[in-house]
Design a protein. Structure first.
Length: 267
């Protein structure tokens, strides 16, 4: 089957779009950002409920269609833009954080999730639909095959829960895969791990998970660290160097990263 342009599988199941909107909770006093509103299946419900709604849509004709449809709703703003190039912090309300929603374009789901991580401090909650296999990776626990970069990157910032699994026939055209809606409840500022260099953390995790079968020490060595440096970092973070990254819980990987930052052994 030909892949739809820009991951455009539109939601046509009425119950599902309502359940997604309901999962945002009471949004009457909240700024909501929607990623990829498409023809407005979820947008229509949100526009009736949100204090302010900002829709980011890359497709020019869809953005124009929505702008026309909501032309009388001054609290709804449709922005024609690439979500990956959009600084979410500019939408932060004076009195709180943003709630975000999206039936994500599946071809860039991982990049969008990392983009959300880079904006974690301005986010309160995200209800996001993605391919089921990707959602399984985001929600995975240590010691499983799915646990990796995406799990740690997201779980460092948010508590992840799977809300529902959606079959292909809920969309038009139907995708070839099942989908899952995840709820990401972002930690408030007292519960964060103290990572300030988010992009460095991502590239550090890439090194740790580089080759799944290799030990953490070997993966870090192939990223340019000397054996001594690896030993010192592992000691500081109280991690046996022969561990594999996929066995380590999030706080351990964070401790290792923070040790590397302190020693400035990683970029
Ligand atoms: N929300 C609609 C729905 O549920 O029917 C559409 C969802 S569809 C899976 C993904 C939407 O994201 C499409 O409207 C597509 O044009 C839009 N999109 C694709 N890439 C994008 C990007 N980089 N930035 C913003 N929107 C994008």
């Amino acid at each position: 089957m030909k892949k739809p342009k820009l991951g455009q599988n539109f939601l046509v199941d009425d119950a599902v779009r309502h359940r997604i909107a309901d999962a945002l909770g009471d949004i009457s006093q909240t700024t909501v950002v929607e990623i990829g509103p498409g023809h407005g299946a979820i947008t229509e419900i949100l526009a009736r409920r949100a204090q302010r709604l900002i829709c980011i849509e890359l497709d020019r004709s869809l953005a124009a269609e929505l702008r026309f449809r909501f032309r009388n709703d001054t609290h709804v703003e449709v922005i024609e833009a690439d979500i990956l190039q959009t600084d979410l912090s500019v939408f932060t309300p004076a009195n709180g954080r943003i709630r975000l929603v999206g039936n994500l374009p599946y071809y860039i789901t991982s990049d969008i999730l990392l983009h959300l991580c880079y904006h974690a401090s301005v986010l309160e909650l995200a209800i996001v639909m993605m391919q089921r296999e990707v959602a399984d990776r985001v929600a995975a626990v240590p010691g499983t095959r799915e646990y990796g970069l995406l799990s740690v990157s997201v779980q460092v910032h948010a508590t992840v829960a799977a809300l529902m699994v959606i079959p292909p026939d809920a969309f038009c055209p139907p995708p070839e895969v099942f989908s899952t809606v995840l709820r990401l409840a972002f930690h408030d500022r007292f519960d964060r791990y103290g990572i300030t260099e988010e992009r460095s953390f991502t590239s550090f995790l890439r090194s740790c998970f580089q080759q799944k079968r290799k030990t953490l020490a070997n993966n870090l060595k192939s990223s340019g660290l000397s054996a001594n440096e690896v030993r010192r970092l592992c000691e500081q973070a109280a991690i046996p160097p022969e561990s594999r990254a996929e066995e380590l819980p999030v706080p351990k990987l964070v401790a290792l990263f923070l040790a590397s930052q302190k020693d400035r052994v990683m970029p």
